[in-house]
Design a protein around this ligand. Structure first.
Ligand code: 4AD
Ligand code: MG
Length: 431
């Protein structure tokens, strides 16, 4: 009796009869032969139905299968150098599980709005499938990195009493008559964790009421955030660099086929090795001015500026010490220059923009209290956070990396909306 196998492991079954359970991806016919492209979630294989080898009923059935019909196919695995995966299946029998009628996503071109409306089905297309397989490998590599480097996973809450990243992008939620907010970042909780465990990280969804429609912004995105006690800005940059190199190289090892499906230039990713260039905000301003950008010291970088800077380097670039004025309340001021914060961003190469934001945290109680007041934040909501500076405060640092930005970069995507299974954006919360 033939065994049920997955297409991914088909190479182990050459010459044997197997059972595949999947869906019809595409088909074509030529007289005595029907070629069925069958997918099972792990791959796509060509199943060849030859008139002389199946019953007349099965041959007729094979010619009338609509796209995305679910089916169980029995046949013999053959090596075939011309086949995209190197193997095909000589069909002996076919059984329909469910006939799909008028599948809306056909092999022709569709507009992006139509595809996003059908995201629940679009996931089945080979391109989307490849992207989300890369995503799963990115997440696994991120977790493995921290798990293997002495970090403890500490989950941060989603309902939070206060802002971490500025009050303009908060999503309020009615919480039994009170207002709480969907988390913008787990950082403040990781700071508590670092004081308890030394090295911690969280990984989860984070929310920003981003009113801008850019190709880099989602309203719900996934962030991985390490935090380390007794770590300064330099240590933080070392960690970010080592982490990114590990993640990129792991994805290259485990998702080469998917990146090839996406026609990604792998040589660009192979260049992601240590050391990354590190430039100060001031040097970045000089660089932009040299490139003819009308920008003055103190201004924030937009997507265009980030692109210009990152295109100057063949690997990620770290920009450190931005002006304090535009930065979050928790950042530590540079003792060498009070106009600057001990923070850093990592920009991905090829114009993919900021993938990491982080830095050293303010560890002095009075300074932090003054900053909370200067930012007009409710001090009461931060009283627990201030306790961390009352009881054994130490220098500490961390960062957050947006998973979708990284997936968009590694896959070479124009927009982050394809880097998450079900994107949430200013104008989209369905399906
Ligand atoms: O630079 P951000 O705002 O930093 C923080 O939230 C810190 N509290 C993290 C920390 O130090 N623990 O966000 C970090 C990263 C960005 O570099 C970007 O990759 C991603 O999160 N990100 C977004 N990704 C998609 N859509 C958005 N709207 C994003 N906002 C930030
Ligand atoms: Mg940032």
């Amino acid at each position: 009796m033939a065994e049920w196998v997955y297409i991914r492991e088909i190479a182990d079954y050459v010459g044997q009869d197997v059972i595949l359970k999947g869906w019809l991806y595409n088909k074509r016919s030529s007289g005595k032969l029907h070629f069925l492209q069958v997918r099972d979630g792990t791959g796509i294989i060509q199943c060849v139905v030859f008139k002389g080898e199946v019953s007349p009923e099965v041959f007729h059935l094979a010619d009338h299968l609509p796209q995305e019909t679910s089916l169980i196919v029995t046949g013999t695995v053959r090596a075939d150098a011309r086949a995209p995966i190197g193997f095909e299946l000589a069909v002996k029998n076919l059984e329909v599980v469910h006939l799909a009628h008028d599948y809306p996503i056909t092999p022709k071109e569709h507009g992006i709005a139509f595809l996003l409306d059908h995201r629940h089905l679009w996931l089945r297309s080979s391109r989307q499938h490849a992207i989300l397989r890369v995503r799963s490998a990115v997440v696994k590599a991120c977790r493995d990195y921290f798990d293997n480097h002495g970090f403890t996973l500490l989950d941060a809450p989603i309902f939070t009493p206060a802002a971490c990243e500025g009050t303009t992008t908060l999503f309020p939620v009615d919480y039994f008559g009170d207002t709480v907010y969907l988390t913008q970042s787990g950082q403040l909780y990781m700071e508590a964790g670092a004081m308890a465990f030394g090295k911690v990280y969280c990984f989860g969804p984070t929310f920003r009421a981003e009113k801008s429609k850019t190709r880099r912004h989602l309203t719900e995105f996934w962030m991985i955030e390490p935090e380390v006690a007794y770590c300064d800005l330099d240590g933080d940059m070392d960690l970010a660099e080592d982490f990114i190199v590990y993640v990129v190289q792991r994805v290259l090892e485990t998702r080469r086929a998917e990146l090839t499906t996406l026609e990604r230039d792998l040589t660009k990713l192979e260049q992601v090795q240590k050391p990354f260039p590190r430039i100060s905000y001031g040097e970045a301003i000089d660089l932009l001015q040299q490139k003819g950008v009308a920008i003055e010291w103190g201004a924030d970088f937009g997507g265009d500026e980030e692109t210009l800077i990152s295109e100057t380097f063949d690997r990620p670039v770290i920009i450190h010490r931005y002006p304090v004025a535009n930065k979050a309340f928790y950042m530590k001021t540079d003792p060498q220059d009070s106009r600057l914060a001990l923070c850093m961003d990592v920009l991905a190469p090829e114009g993919y923009g900021e993938i990491i934001g982080g830095g050293q945290r303010e560890d002095d109680l009075a300074t932090l209290q003054a900053k909370i007041r200067a930012h007009d934040l409710p001090e009461q909501a931060f009283s627990w956070y201030l306790d961390l500076r009352r009881y054994g405060s130490v220098p500490h640092a961390g960062f957050g990396m947006g998973i979708e930005r990284v997936v968009a970069w590694l896959c070479g995507l124009h927009h982050v909306r394809e880097a998450i299974p079900f994107p949430r954006m200013l104008e989209r919360v369905t399906p």
